[in-house]
Unconditional design. Structure first.
Length: 205
């Protein structure tokens, strides 16, 4: 039996669990520091906290971090990896991923996501429902491309940046590290590190 542990008993975690079942994982267990107050996350059991998971990673065929905060997710992915956890890439059967794309461990790609040819995506990334990442994009570690966001060809997105729901990024634009791109934004120029941008065209807030 293929057993998956998910750290983070959130709504996002439920989407990860559902995606896991649809892609061949036979058993899914959640871990979250809210345990034991929370015993279930949707259809799946919450069985322990972070410390419990770190102590038993070898019991699982794979471990995924389903924490929305990009910095926290990056840190947890690192800790689990150092503990010897296997961090699979989870691809929903209705996602379309080029065979020439390289996806880092611990990343998830949900229904309707498209990752096109020659993209490189770091570890612990989220390519959310209906998001598209076109040819030759380079995404760092723990990047989140929200539902319905679109990255044109050759876009670079730095580590831990969050591309908001329904936003668009023009071809070849470079988005720095630790950036938040607001919902519905249109990014038409390069964005420096560590800022929030929003609007059409997107400007720093
Ligand atoms: C941009 C964002 C980070 C700002 O969050 P915030 O700092 O809490 O901002 P507030 O909600 O307090 O709004 C502050 C102002 O910015 C405006 N604003 C907020 N988000 C905006 C956006 N995406 N585009 C344009 N203006 C926006 C608000 O209308 C408000 O304007 P006002 O001062 O004139 O009333 C946030 O609104 C956002 O878009 N986050 C992305 C959400 C997302 O993608 N979720 C997907 C989850 S999978």
């Amino acid at each position: 039996m293929k057993r998956l542990a998910i750290l983070g008993a959130s709504g996002h975690g439920k989407v990860v669990a559902d995606c896991a079942e649809l892609s061949g994982w036979e058993s899914v267990s959640f871990f979250d520091d809210v345990w034991p107050a929370k015993q279930n996350n949707g259809a799946w059991p919450v069985v322990g906290d972070t410390a419990a998971l770190l102590a038993c990673v070898a019991d699982f065929d794979g471990v995924l971090v389903a924490i929305g905060n990009n910095s926290v997710r990056a840190a947890k992915v690192r800790a689990l990896s150092e503990q010897g956890a296997v961090l699979p890439v989870l691809v929903h059967p209705a996602a379309v991923v080029s065979r020439y794309a390289v996806i880092g461990s611990g990343s998830v790609l949900f229904a309707g996501a498209v990752v096109n040819v020659d993209c490189r995506i770091g570890i612990g990334a989220i390519i959310n429902t209906g998001a598209t990442v076109d040819h030759d994009c380079v995404l760092g570690d723990a990047v989140h491309v929200s539902p319905g966001a679109h990255l044109a060809g050759g876009v670079c997105v730095g580590d831990r940046s969050w591309v908001g729901i329904g936003s668009s990024v023009r071809q070849l634009a470079r988005v720095g590290c630790d950036v938040v791109v607001g919902a519905g934004a249109a990014v038409v120029s390069d964005i420096p590190d560590a800022c929030v941008v929003a609007g059409v065209p997107a400007g720093v807030r």
